[in-house]
Write a protein that binds this ligand. Structure first.
Ligand SMILES: [Zn+2]
Length: 238
């Protein structure tokens, strides 16, 4: 174990109010590719930013549907990162704020969870507002009940975030004594901006494959996040 890992584990164990901020790197070990790496693969040569935009949903719903279907991995299971976060919630105050739209934190049993960009696994009809099972959506993007167009409850490009989610996330970050950022290089705003609300005394730990300059006082654990979370798991059992 490196010095940084040992210190990070100590901070996590001592934390009373722990906030995890998670990104795509947490889902990759569950077999979910980062959609930003899917450039041009599925729908001609258009960028995923267009294919996941409000404009595309409205103007070219078929194209949107073809692309979004590729983001579903219903067979994916939570990995050790999701599991450890959910286990920590049994012994202390924990909140998870995630950029991920795959609902894997929810599947792992995380209770205090903020899905900042929504979830692919909540689907509703844009005409009548009813919720629809994901399996129906994957069969057909029109509502069997009323014929209206379906969509997943995710925040598309050009769409605003859910204000309740944002306020909830800000409150959690303000109260946190320890914030652990996992699997994201914090380039996506306003998600990354949440850190600005932290208390001046809060400890910030970054667990990522590549280093990111978050702030001078950040403790960085470089490398495979699953390996680090295995170590947290072992230390919790002692
Ligand atoms: Zn409907």
């Amino acid at each position: 174990m490196t010095e940084q890992e040992a210190l990070a584990i100590q901070f996590i164990q001592q934390a009373k109010h722990l906030v995890f901020m998670t990104g795509a790197g947490v889902s990759v070990p569950s077999g979910i590719p980062d959609y930003r790496s899917l450039d041009g693969v599925y729908a001609g040569f258009e960028a995923p930013e267009y294919l996941l935009s409000h404009t595309c949903l409205k103007r070219e719903p078929e194209k949107f549907y073809q692309f979004v279907k590729n983001l579903y991995h219903p067979e994916a299971q939570p990995n050790v990162i999701h599991q450890v976060m959910a286990e920590l919630e049994r012994t202390k105050e924990v909140a998870v704020i995630t950029q991920n739209i795959d609902s894997l934190h929810q599947q792992a049993g995380q209770k205090n969870l903020i899905e900042f960009h929504g979830s692919l696994y909540h689907v509703y009809c844009q005409q009548c507002g009813k919720s629809v099972p994901v399996t129906s959506y994957l069969d057909d993007d029109f509502h069997e009940g009323c014929g209206g167009p379906l969509r997943p409850d995710v925040v598309l490009y050009e769409e605003g975030l859910d204000e309740n989610n944002v306020q909830h996330a800000i409150r959690q970050v303000m109260q946190a004594d320890t914030i652990v950022v996992v699997g994201t290089s914090l380039r996506v705003y306003p998600f990354a901006g949440l850190l600005d609300y932290r208390s001046p005394d809060a400890k910030v730990i970054l667990v990522n494959k590549e280093a990111t300059q978050v702030s001078r006082d950040t403790l960085t654990v470089l490398g495979d996040a699953t390996k680090f979370f295995e170590k947290i798991k072992k230390s919790e059992k002692k």
